[in-house]
Design a protein around this ligand. Structure first.
Ligand SMILES: Cc1cc2nc3c(=O)[nH]c(=O)nc-3n(C[C@H](O)[C@H](O)[C@H](O)COP(=O)(O)OP(=O)(O)OC[C@H]3O[C@@H](n4cnc5c(N)ncnc54)[C@H](O)[C@@H]3O)c2cc1C
Length: 401
């Protein structure tokens, strides 16, 4: 075991571990409320990463309903999801998704109902745990425990799901739509139905860290343990240790679990003891070259779960962003000539929650935020606001009248 005795020790009200969008949202909110905190992270931005040439490594789409994210980022070029092509096994077929949506009243009704319930959850998410909000809403509760396949059958959307809805939902979450819950399926579809564009992340980190960059420590947390007598937590990092009343764990599932040392983390698993989040890894490649005509050069192409490559996504300067489940896919199948100019592996890229969601505040001074329940930038951001608001509320209560 590592000797931490001689590491410098700091006492602080709150330590946030992880500087992705959820940790940064939490930090910014605490900063604006003038609460003391330290943010420890080994990478600022997390899955918002860009390559050194400014191409997307992680998140790309900023959906029209991303109210909080939009305050920090501009829209980028218009790569419209509904203009994508879908691979049908032998060719790419134009999805014309938006038009289909508008033409099919049944789709509007089914996804409209979901959307109303989901936006209501989001509106309350800065103040109430998203798990509690989901459990209170009969429609969302049902969709979280229903499979996408049963949902599609219930609404008689089978043929549309095979041709269009399934590939789109699968591309959003980088997996086979048939393995998703109805909740994720609906999110995948509503991204398209509500409209989305590429996000310009060039200034997002600057905006999310405005005014408090001196409180960000570039370090890795190694363990978190509880101090006796309910005095808070000890966070051991590579070069520092912190004693904090509140800890906000803003790192994805398994990485967070590994830090928890002796802490009870039963909220991490369901009744059978299985992890309640499925982690989906992804290799991202940036490629220049000539795509073969069959693979729709200069267009987005959603390939589906059975192909080595899941998605081709062209950028305006001629670079293709590619998502793959393989470390070394056979690009020559898809390109007449090509060059890999950058690559990155994510574990996880996407988190898919199962039927049991995680509480964001498993104990009164301990928070687990991020995309463990709902994957995506806006919902991760909202979990950061939730943790910060709870901390601010408690510290206000502690001030004597
Ligand atoms: C390829 C890809 C495409 C995506 N596309 C989209 C999209 O188009 N739209 C969308 O909304 N979402 C998209 N997502 C999902 C979205 O990026 C995530 O849901 C969101 O960024 C999660 O933010 P987070 O803060 O919860 O986690 P993260 O961004 O993963 O942040 C966690 C941070 O913690 C740090 N960390 C981990 N362990 C430690 C430790 N021990 N000590 C200190 N720091 C630690 C990590 O380095 C990281 O900086 C995509 C993700 C990927 C990978």
């Amino acid at each position: 075991m590592r000797n931490t005795k001689n590491l410098p020790q700091e006492e602080i009200e709150t330590v946030i571990v992880g500087g992705g969008i959820s940790g940064l949202a939490c930090a910014l909110q605490l900063h604006e409320a003038q609460r003391p905190f330290t943010l420890v992270t080994d990478c600022v931005g997390g899955r918002l990463a860009l390559s050194d040439k400014g191409h997307y490594f992680g998140a790309v789409m900023m959906n029209n309903d991303y109210i909080h994210v939009k305050k920090h980022a501009k829209k980028s070029f218009g790569n419209r999801p509904w203009q994508s092509y879908i691979w049908d096994g032998s060719k790419g077929v134009n999805s014309l998704l938006r038009m289909e949506f508008l033409k099919i009243p049944k789709l509007n009704k089914v996804f409209g109902e979901f959307n109303r319930a989901f936006q209501q959850l989001r509106a309350q998410a800065p103040y109430t745990c998203q798990k509690q909000l989901m459990e209170q809403d009969p429609l969302l509760r049902k969709l979280v425990s229903q499979s996408a396949v049963d949902f599609v059958r219930e609404h008689q959307l089978e043929s549309l799901a095979e041709k269009m809805l399934g590939p789109v939902a699968g591309a959003v979450f980088l997996c086979d739509w048939k393995k998703m819950s109805a909740f994720h399926f609906c999110i995948g579809i509503s991204c398209t139905g509500n409209g989305a564009c590429n996000g310009d992340w060039s200034d997002i980190i600057k905006s999310l860290t405005e005014g408090y960059s001196d409180k960000i420590v570039n370090d890795k947390a190694l363990t978190i343990s509880e101090l006796s007598g309910g005095k808070g937590y000890q966070v051991h990092c590579g070069s520092h240790q912190y004693r904090a009343r509140n800890v906000v764990l803003a790192v994805p599932g398994a990485a967070g679990q590994a830090l928890l040392n002796s802490l009870d983390a039963s909220w991490n698993t369901n009744e059978q003891g299985d992890d309640n989040v499925e982690e989906i890894p992804c290799y991202v490649f940036h490629i220049t070259g000539k795509r073969r005509p069959l693979y729709r050069p200069k267009r987005s192409l959603l390939m589906g779960p059975n192909e080595d490559i899941k998605l081709f996504f062209p950028l305006p300067d001629g670079v293709d962003v590619i998502y793959s489940s393989l470390a070394a896919p056979d690009f020559s199948r898809y390109y007449e000539n090509h060059q890999v100019i950058a690559q990155r592996f994510w574990q996880p890229a996407i988190q898919l929650s199962k039927q049991v969601w995680r509480p964001l505040q498993p104990s009164s001074n301990f928070f687990t935020i991020g995309d463990n329940n709902i994957c995506g930038l806006e919902d991760s951001y909202l979990t950061g606001l939730f943790a910060a608001n709870k901390i601010i509320e408690k510290s206000n209560q502690a001030i004597p009248a």
